[in-house]
Ligand binder design. Structure first.
Ligand SMILES: [Zn+2]
Length: 63
């Protein structure tokens, strides 16, 4: 499960729906998806370990 901050719900650790794992220009990883409660777009920075873990758990690899 990928978690992030939802700016609309103002909740940290919100579960991300349909997460896509992307790589940033600087070689970091981030997840983009939608808030599982309100559907607002959200994103979160991930460590390499967490990015790989998320992909194993079914997040879409988008890089
Ligand atoms: Zn939300």
């Amino acid at each position: 499960m990928v978690q992030g901050y939802c700016v609309k719900c103002k909740v940290k650790g919100r579960e991300m729906k349909n997460p896509q794992i992307k790589q940033t220009a600087r070689g970091g990883y981030m997840a983009q998806g939608n808030c599982s409660v309100c559907g607002t777009k959200m994103s979160a920075m991930l460590s390499k370990d967490n990015a790989e873990k998320a992909i194993k758990q079914g997040a879409k690899k988008a890089f």
